[in-house]
Ligand binder design. Structure first.
Ligand code: UDP
Length: 312
């Protein structure tokens, strides 16, 4: 069985490539290294079950091989990154989605789309279930990501309905772990880096906003199941950890776990930063028989260990 993963050099894409190879799949990985890094897949070069193509999927994709599953995971995912690359972010989730869906169509492959909890915007329903339509500012700075992902979801469903492609949309909530960039800009890499360096911990706003953090191995398990299981055609599934925490409490936890003397500094809250976010994962539990196993404490310890090795 062959899978094609776009964004293979990214945080999630590279872990997915590892998992599919471990399970006996052949992986064709594409990346243009906009935010991904060759370091994340260096260990796969030379593996007979891995082929890398340096490519920007906003351009037409030609692949000679048969492909059984196309996983479209290419996209800047940190707010810092997608605000820095607004047009590339929109292109990869429009032209890139179109091209990867077109590829799935000609290869008669299954299609798995990496969507996001950001499709719910600043949610007014809590926790967020798949049938919630969201509350997104269509012209705000985050819209380049949110609206592009929503467009991709719509296009994925259009291909499912019109061409009968076996599609699965996965709405991925905040995820963390090894292979996130030190300067990724997302909250866990920022706080861990700052704590380890003894720099001020930058809490945006009053820190009362919440997020729910899923450790990478749990997420990969959920994505793998959602990709290989039969009978999930056209499904939309939340994947995330429902353990919700205030950002200020997360900062304190990371200071505590690193034994850091860093101070907490309150900074301006970014525009349209969602106030609360927590997945309802009852659908994933039922359809995939999946739920996260790694606690935030354990996952943070692993992540801190990884960051220490990178920094010192
Ligand atoms: N955040 C923070 N300090 C930072 C980075 C992020 O307080 O240095 C906050 C941010 O305002 C948001 C939450 O942490 O409320 C999660 O931010 P992140 O960028 O990780 O992802 P998001 O969930 O907003 O997409």
């Amino acid at each position: 069985m062959k899978v094609l993963i776009t964004g293979v050099a990214g945080f999630i894409g590279s872990h997915l490539a590892d998992r599919f190879i471990e399970e006996g799949f052949y992986v064709i990985g594409l990346d243009n290294f906009l935010t991904g890094s060759p370091d994340n897949i260096a260990h796969l070069f030379g593996n007979k079950n891995f082929r890398f193509i340096h490519y920007n999927v906003v351009n037409f994709i030609y692949i000679a091989d048969d492909v059984d599953i196309v996983l479209h995971f290419a996209c800047p995912a940190s707010p810092v990154d997608y605000i820095k690359y607004p047009i590339q972010t929109m292109k990869v989730n429009s032209l890139g989605t179109l091209n990867t869906l077109g590829l799935a169509k000609v290869k008669k492959a299954r299609y798995v789309f990496a969507s996001t909890s950001e499709v719910y915007g600043d949610p007014q329903i809590h926790p967020q279930k798949e049938d919630y339509w969201g509350n997104v500012n269509p012209i705000g700075i985050r819209s380049v990501y949110d609206e592009a992902k929503r467009f991709s979801e719509s296009m994925t469903m259009a291909y499912h309905r019109e061409h009968d492609i076996d599609t699965r949309i996965l709405r991925i909530f905040n995820t963390y772990g090894e292979r996130m960039r030190l300067n990724d800009g997302r909250v866990i890499p920022n706080f861990v880096y700052q704590a380890l360096k003894g720099e001020d911990i930058t809490v945006y706003g009053d820190g009362n906003q919440t997020r729910s953090f899923c450790y990478i191995s749990d997420l990969v398990e959920g994505i793998f199941r959602a990709s290989v299981m039969e009978g999930l055609d056209g499904e939309v599934i939340n994947l995330g950890n429902p353990e919700e925490i205030k950002i200020l409490d997360l900062a304190k936890k990371i200071v505590d776990k690193t034994g850091s003397k860093a101070n907490i500094k309150f900074c301006e809250k970014p525009e349209d930063d969602p106030v609360r976010r927590c997945p309802d994962i009852s659908k994933a539990k039922e359809l995939l028989n999946w739920e996260p196993k790694i606690s935030l404490d354990k996952g943070l310890e692993n992540t801190i260990h990884y960051f220490k090795q990178k920094i010192f």
